[in-house]
Design a protein around this ligand. Structure first.
Ligand code: FAD
Length: 377
């Protein structure tokens, strides 16, 4: 198909900036670019009909990390890096709460919990040591004496089985990931960002006119600067970056009469997560039960992981309680050797903001702002 002059001079006209990838990172980057530089022409390009990676397919936890996960991260990444990531997540959650009306994105601070079970045992003594250590490490950021505290008196209230200890984080909550993405998309469009969907970018080339984005659709896409926000899928465009796709699978039950679970729950150092969605139970994770198979970009579900999730559900959360599973899906996270995102200039006129890891919702507003600043330096 040949383009008309009208198309060439509007939708496909050269832009100041094209952002590739319309998930939360791309959306927040577009938001801050247009907020700070309203005169810039910005287009946001995604290969999906809607953003199709992690942002609309996650579990909707508004979290900055569970206790044992943060303790583990401190060991692997070092305490400073762990705190740096927590600080970004905490500020990011505030940013989300300040940008939207909570009811528009179902954002509520429900309280978060981590359940300790024989599935991944931790002794009470060790747990108390971790609580003391993480609470004091987080104090300069959160200014709270007791971010995490034992809440074993609530184990029965939630109907949890074989739970040796329960740790509460009163500052955690949940949101509606689809409503958040839609609301942010509408904000970005209202600021004048052009959104183009179903365009799969395959590579880029520097020319005298700017950066030309080669795409499967053969459309003319040229910009002075390009920001790549394709997270788990970045390797096809920037093969040397240390980003690995990590699939996360989820199941959701039909409403369960008398469901006792209320809030956002973690277990197994963050590998298991569940929450209520009204009277439905959403459960995800167990990726560590088949790590190799789950290192994939294929957005599918697998019997091994779904069975592992159901086994956890039957044993620890809903033993003897009848339920029906209505939905199962997966999304792809961008992981790396550590949980810090990559925001950097790749070369003159080309930038990236990727690797949002498993707790990315909270971090994307901060990374979007950083990326916008970096591009405009
Ligand atoms: C199952 C699961 C559960 C999760 N649960 C939570 C949670 O509860 N809380 C939390 O904070 N985080 C959670 N996360 C992580 C969080 O969702 C992500 O970190 C975050 O959404 C990443 O956003 P992003 O925009 O960087 O990436 P994505 O949302 O993956 O966006 C990347 C976009 O790039 C597009 N794209 C890819 N390649 C191309 C190309 N070549 N051309 C054009 N477009 C392209 C894709 O279509 C996609 O829309 C979860 C993730 C998963 C998968």
């Amino acid at each position: 198909m040949q383009l008309s002059i009208w198309e060439k001079e509007s939708f496909y006209a050269p832009k100041d900036i094209i952002i590739v990838g319309g998930g939360l990172t791309g959306l927040w980057s577009a938001y801050f670019l247009k907020k700070k530089y309203p005169r810039l022409s910005v287009a946001l390009v995604d290969r999906g009909l809607i953003p199709t990676g992690a942002s609309t397919r996650n579990a909707g936890f508004a979290t900055f990390g569970s206790l044992t996960e943060l303790a583990h991260d401190a060991q692997v990444m070092g305490e400073d890096r762990m705190l740096q990531v927590v600080e970004m997540r905490y500020r990011g959650l505030k940013r989300i709460a300040d940008t939207f009306r909570k009811k528009d994105i179902d954002f509520s601070i429900t309280g978060g919990y981590e359940m300790i079970t024989p599935y991944h045992p931790v002794s009470t003594r060790e747990l108390n040591e971790k609580i003391a250590y993480i609470n004091s490490a987080l104090f300069p950021i959160l200014k709270k004496e007791k971010t995490f505290a034992l809440a074993n008196h609530k184990i029965r209230r939630f109907g949890l089985q074989e739970t040796t200890d329960l740790v509460e984080n009163a500052f955690e909550g949940s949101l509606h990931s689809g409503k958040l993405c839609m609301a942010l998309l509408q904000k970005v469009q209202s600021l004048g960002v052009l959104t183009l969907n179903q365009i799969a970018v395959e590579g880029y080339e520097k020319t005298g006119e700017g950066i030309v984005l080669h795409n499967q659709q053969g459309l003319q896409l040229v910009a002075q600067k390009v920001l790549i926000c394709t997270n788990a899928f970045v390797k096809s465009l920037l093969p040397t970056l240390a980003v690995t796709p990590a699939r996360g699978q989820i199941l959701l039950t039909a409403p369960i009469r008398g469901l006792k679970i209320r809030g956002a729950f973690h277990s197994d150092e963050g590998y298991i997560y569940f929450r209520n969605l009204g009277d439905r139970l959403l459960l995800g994770g167990a990726r560590n039960k088949a790590l190799e198979e789950e290192t994939t970009e294929t957005m599918d579900i697998s019997p091994a992981i779904q069975q592992a999730l159901e086994a956890f559900l039957n044993r620890y959360i809903l033993p003897g309680i009848p339920y029906t599973i209505t939905d199962r899906w997966s999304g792809i996270m961008g992981h790396g050797p550590e949980k810090t995102p990559i925001v950097k200039k790749i070369e003159e006129q080309v930038y990236c903001a990727v690797r949002m890891s498993g707790i990315g919702v909270a971090i994307t507003p901060i990374i979007g702002e950083q990326a916008a600043e970096l591009i405009m330096q």
